[in-house]
Design a protein around this ligand. Structure first.
Ligand SMILES: C[S@@+](CC[C@H](N)C(=O)[O-])C[C@H]1O[C@@H](n2cnc3c(N)ncnc32)[C@H](O)[C@@H]1O
Length: 266
């Protein structure tokens, strides 16, 4: 599987606010609300596609920005060795054992026997709508990914995942707007600009130009698959994950749907 994130770790700080880096909150507000309200204390939660591990840290800390007094046992996985190494380092600094981080694709989670049917909740945050290669059959990839995620969930467990609101993104791009994300960490400005090209058959590409302050620009091409909430819900149902609620959040190019699905308890 092609790893579009190799070596991007530090530049990926452009995508995270300082509060996220500190593990104050998960960076999807709908997931944060749902988990603080519905996930009982003591639950096991996996952040799949955990990236640099800041959401796993926020979950380990019980989402301090949404005080609920709950604590959860947190796990992380990612197929990118570079990203996973940073996530494990972030976790270790807060007492999360390295053994709770595993290198695995979403589909590959099905091959981890000790995680099988063990998670009360799984989050997939800003990760399932990209495609490994432009030639990937995305619907097969999505089905296999969802099956892998379902394999580590206990019956009755919750899957929380988000995907882009393509209508909002297209509307913004047709207006000619750049999609820029910037954040400052320790006085250093991190910058990422997305340039979108919309392709046929709902396959799109974004060129990401990332840099730190006045440093060199690093380019990464990322391929995306446009699917509607109904398409995603259909794939979930085929894996016996029943859509429970869906909510839209964000504005313009940063508009997303977050969907919660519950695994058939039988
Ligand atoms: C855009 S980043 C988001 C990281 C993190 N979830 C966040 O919200 O900051 C996407 C992450 O998902 C991982 N990823 C993408 N596809 C994956 C797959 N099929 N299996 C496992 N990890 C995947 C990438 O390696 C990357 O670390």
């Amino acid at each position: 599987m092609r790893d579009a994130y190799t070596g991007l770790n530090r530049l990926y700080l452009s995508m995270h606010t300082p509060a996220e880096v500190a593990g104050e909150d998960i960076n999807d507000p709908v997931m944060g609300d749902w988990l603080a309200k519905n996930l009982p204390s003591g639950a096991r939660i996996l952040d799949a596609g955990c990236g640099l591990g800041f959401d796993a840290l926020a979950l380990h800390r019980g989402l301090p920005a949404r005080p609920s007094g709950k604590s959860w046992t947190v796990y992380g996985s990612d197929f990118s060795p570079d990203m996973l190494a940073d996530a494990a380092r972030v976790g270790a600094a807060h007492g999360v054992p390295a053994s709770r981080y595993r290198q695995a694709s979403f589909a590959g989670l099905a091959e981890l026997p000790d995680w099988r049917q063990s998670m009360d909740a799984v989050t997939v945050n800003y990760a399932i709508y990209t495609q490994p290669e432009p030639s990937t059959d995305y619907d097969t990839y999505l089905r296999e990914s969802i099956e892998g995620l379902a394999a580590v969930m206990r019956p009755g467990g919750a899957l929380l995942l988000n995907f882009r609101d393509w209508t909002a993104l297209r509307a913004e791009q047709l207006g000619g707007a750049d999609h820029v994300v910037e954040n400052t960490h320790d006085g250093v400005r991190f910058h990422c600009k997305y340039s979108w090209s919309f392709g046929p058959r709902r396959g799109h590409m974004a060129t990401l130009l990332m840099r730190e302050a006045d440093g060199p620009v690093r380019r990464s091409d990322v391929w995306f698959a446009e699917r509607s909430p109904a398409d995603i819900a259909r794939t979930l149902r085929a894996a016996r994950l029943v859509p429970h609620c869906i909510k839209r959040h964000g504005v313009g190019a940063a508009s997303f749907f977050t969907l919660v699905a519950l695994k058939d308890p039988t």
